[in-house]
Design a protein around this ligand. Structure first.
Ligand SMILES: Nc1ncnc2c1ncn2[C@@H]1O[C@H](COP(=O)(O)OP(=O)(O)O)[C@@H](O)[C@H]1O
Ligand SMILES: CC(=O)OP(=O)(O)O
Ligand SMILES: [Mg+2]
Length: 373
């Protein structure tokens, strides 16, 4: 029997997935297909491509992703898998809280614990849980495994992990997110002795400082609301503003949550869109300001990470914006040119695919993860 496994990454604006054939007993994996289910209103739909990038299946309108994002895709996926039998699914789960710092087989108690973390990641935990529950109903025989974004940051030193507040609970500290992405990039680029900052710029954005291949600091904290300005999230903001809005402007907790998680960031400043593609092609002042602010905040946090590392040897861009927008990469790099880095695009096979190096006239090397959808 040919076996296959599915990897699912439920992000805040998309679900990405990839199916792999499990080859032999010594588990080698070969990519069968990969896909993207886009939740943006302007580009909603899904695409499935084979390993060479050829489109195998496509539809314009996204399935009802809130209630059941994945079941409508299953028969289409099975068609592509042919006679290969799907045996397991690995899920990216954004918050692992204090309980989970390694992948775990999902059983009812695990599911409940993941759900209790919803207040700490309200855009993400429900988006991660929906496909897990849908697959439990549709394919109860499948093994489902949760892999946590927070796990990569578990050994951050106390100076960056601790929140500067009194002790109010062992589980209240900075966690950091996008860990699966950072871990993958770290493995791909090698040379762990280099002081490296990875900028994951997507619908959610964060940066990570890597020393000896491990996370020592990152811009997100207890929740994925901290740090950089994002598509719909404010990022770090004066905590006094929150008290003022609650006390003096009469906002309810729900209104405040919506404001910070869904109505701020690129969409809040531009008043137009949360999608960087739309803003880059717009010419109005507010869209321009939103892009400038996004780049300025990203540059500021890269500099913060460089302080944690005591310098910077290498900067890596990844995520939907980081991979695809040379304009954003250039604008950010211009703002941190004083760190002694210049952006010069060169193509090289070193480091290995899927990275393309941008390098390196002075002390820093730049990488871009190439499009592989
Ligand atoms: N060519 C592009 N230029 C600029 N931004 C892009 C481009 N392609 C995708 N993006 C941005 O990437 C974002 C999605 O990032 P991604 O990391 O894929 O999302 P998620 O956080 O949901 O996983 C989109 O909202 C869009 O703004
Ligand atoms: C943690 C986070 O912000 O994830 P995403 O980029 O998928 O929104
Ligand atoms: Mg993402």
């Amino acid at each position: 029997m040919t076996k296959a496994i599915l990897a699912l990454n439920a992000g805040s604006s998309s679900i990405k997935f990839a199916a792999y054939r499990v080859d032999g007993d010594d588990p080698g994996l070969s990519l069968i297909c990969r896909g993207l289910l886009d939740r943006h209103a302007s580009s909603a739909g899904f695409t499935i491509k084979d390993a060479a990038g050829k489109i195998l299946d496509q539809a314009q309108s996204a399935p009802d992703e809130q209630t059941d994002p994945i079941s409508p895709l299953l028969p289409r996926l099975q068609c592509i898998l042919g006679r290969a039998t799907l045996i397991a699914v690995g899920h990216r789960v954004v918050h692992g809280g204090a309980h989970f710092s390694a992948p775990i087989l999902i059983q009812d108690d695990v599911l409940q614990r993941i759900d209790t973390l919803t207040p700490l990641a309200p855009l993400h935990q429900p988006a991660c849980l929906a496909p897990i529950r849908a697959l439990q109903r549709a394919r109860p025989e499948l093994a489902q495994v949760a892999c946590f974004d927070t796990a990569f940051h578990r050994d951050m030193p106390s100076v960056y992990k601790r929140l500067p507040i009194p002790d109010i609970g062992d589980d209240i500290h900075r966690y950091g997110f996008h860990g699966l992405s950072f871990e993958y990039v770290a493995a791909q680029i090698g040379d762990p002795q280099k002081r490296t900052v990875i900028a994951h710029l997507g619908n959610g954005s964060s940066v990570c400082a890597l020393q000896d291949g491990r996370s020592i600091n990152t811009s997100m904290g207890l929740t994925p609301l901290d740090g950089l300005m994002m598509a719909t999230r404010s990022g770090a903001i004066d905590p006094g503003l929150l008290l003022y809005l609650l006390e003096s402007k009469g906002l309810s907790t729900q209104e405040l949550k919506d404001l910070l998680y869904r109505e701020s960031g690129l969409v809040g400043v531009s008043g137009v869109s949360s999608d960087m593609r739309t803003l880059l092609s717009a010419s109005d002042q507010r869209s321009r300001l939103a892009v400038d602010q996004f780049c300025a905040r990203a540059a500021e946090y890269i500099a913060v990470m460089a302080v944690s590392l005591g310098g910077l040897d290498r900067l890596v861009f990844t995520g939907g914006i980081g991979e695809n927008s040379s304009q954003v990469r250039s604008e950010i790099s211009y703002r941190i040119r004083w760190l002694g880095i210049e952006l010069e695009e060169i193509e090289t096979n070193d480091p290995p695919a899927p990275f393309r190096a941008h390098a390196a006239r002075s002390r820093c090397r730049w990488y871009q993860q190439t499009k592989k959808r």
